[in-house]
Design a protein around this ligand. Structure first.
Ligand code: SAM
Ligand code: SF4
Length: 372
């Protein structure tokens, strides 16, 4: 670090001062009819899609609800919520993971909506921990409820967390989340994540011009002293955020250019579970800086995942309108494997998102509907 002057802010880091089928477009049921295709699940138990990508990661949404209303995600008035009877129970999610694990699933992430607004997520963590093939269990959270649940989650076997934090200033956190009084809880949540040893801790920052882009350097400096992995994310368009995704887009190239002016950045491999992110580090820094660039440079060629919505739809891509219903067959006691193989078969080569347009999002109102 040049001159050793630029140190990161100390903790506390915040300065005081489809699934849902009710989305705008109805998701399409995938066709053709289910049928086992042995070419998709290889003999060595690796799920490989039609483009040769190995699929070993499942993002599991446990609710479409949220206690925040981030300006780039959920509309103020909320969305038509999934009826309770359609939500998968913890046991049903476990049953699905138990079918996919022998097919090659190795890592899972619990997400939402805000997963911690659903009661007893730690029970699900415990169920997933008991599936022998599952090597890694992570959670995406806004951290508002993390302090009160961290002990139970750690006891149940949660490995790590991704925390969404779009500003280091309380007033901005609450303006972006459109909820007063949450910044302190988020700070306590992040401290709890540290205290309970979730490792690595990744911090997701959605970049928005005029709302937080002047904090890019401050976020980068955080990694000097904290073993955190700060990841900048470009806003992806959905029907609820077209103004933000059209007018406030900041590319990660711009963020990297500005961060490089602080000090030399060296490319690094990144922490466990580095899906679409690419990582750099300041020399000698405790943490790293990552970028997730769905808009400026797609990473679909490296995609390794599928998504399970809270109402039991298996989606091969975050965007688009393709999904396979697993809840119905599961509740009828049918074999899920052909349905999972069919979903692998229809996984698209890439998403078709365009800045400020929801055409490629498949009618998705918010990422909270599919588990972003
Ligand atoms: N509520 C949890 C949270 O915020 O971390 C989990 C669900 S949230 C949908 C998962 C991630 O998606 C968060 O990091 C959030 O910032 C990000 N996200 C949501 N909408 C987005 C959008 N339109 N573009 C880019 N990232 C988005
Ligand atoms: Fe909620 Fe996460 Fe969406 Fe923010 S990004 S509204 S915390 S689901």
């Amino acid at each position: 670090m040049s001159g050793g002057t630029a140190r990161g802010p100390e903790l506390p880091i915040l300065a005081n001062g489809a699934s849902n089928s009710s989305g705008a477009g109805e998701p399409r049921e995938a066709s053709p009819a289910p049928g086992s295709d042995p070419s998709l699940v290889r003999a060595d138990d690796r799920m490989v899609d039609g483009f040769g990508r190995r699929i070993e990661y499942l993002r599991i949404s446990v609710t479409d609800k949220c206690n925040l209303r981030c300006v780039y995600c959920m509309p103020m008035e909320g969305l038509p919520w999934i009826p309770k009877s359609q939500l998968l129970s913890w046991e049903e999610i476990r049953d699905i993971v138990e079918v996919m694990a022998p097919m090659g699933l190795r890592r899972v992430r619990i997400t939402g909506g805000e997963p911690l607004v659903r009661q007893e997520v730690h029970k699900l963590v415990g169920f997933l921990r008991a599936v022998p093939q599952i090597e890694d269990i992570s959670l995406s959270t806004n951290a508002v409820l993390l302090a009160e649940q961290a002990a139970a989650l750690a006891d149940a076997g949660l490995d790590r967390v991704n925390v969404s934090l779009d500003s280091l200033r309380d007033d901005r956190v609450e303006a972006i989340a459109r909820r007063a009084g949450v910044a302190e809880k988020i700070r306590h949540g992040l401290e709890a994540a540290d205290r309970y040893g979730f490792d690595p801790i990744k911090i997701n920052v959605v970049l928005m011009r005029g709302r937080n882009d002047d904090e890019i350097e401050d976020f980068a400096r955080l990694t000097l002293d904290h073993p955190w992995h700060v990841r900048f994310i470009e806003v992806m368009p959905t029907s609820a955020n077209l103004d933000v995704s059209r007018e406030e887009q900041v590319t990660c190239d711009e963020a990297l250019e500005r961060i490089s002016a602080i000090d030399r950045l060296e490319p690094v491999e990144g922490p466990t579970g580095n899906g679409p992110a690419r990582y750099w580090r300041f020399p000698g820094a405790a943490g790293s800086i990552g970028v997730i660039t769905p808009m400026s440079h797609t990473f679909c060629d490296r995609c390794n995942r599928m998504r399970l919505t809270a109402d039991g739809q298996l989606r091969p891509c975050l965007f688009g309108d393709l999904q396979t219903d697993l809840r119905g067959p599961l509740r009828l006691g049918q074999d899920l494997r052909p349905h999972i193989e069919r979903t692998l078969r229809i996984k698209p080569e890439r998403h078709l998102l365009e800045q400020g347009s929801d055409v490629g999002s498949g009618g998705l109102a918010a990422l909270s509907q599919t588990g972003g």
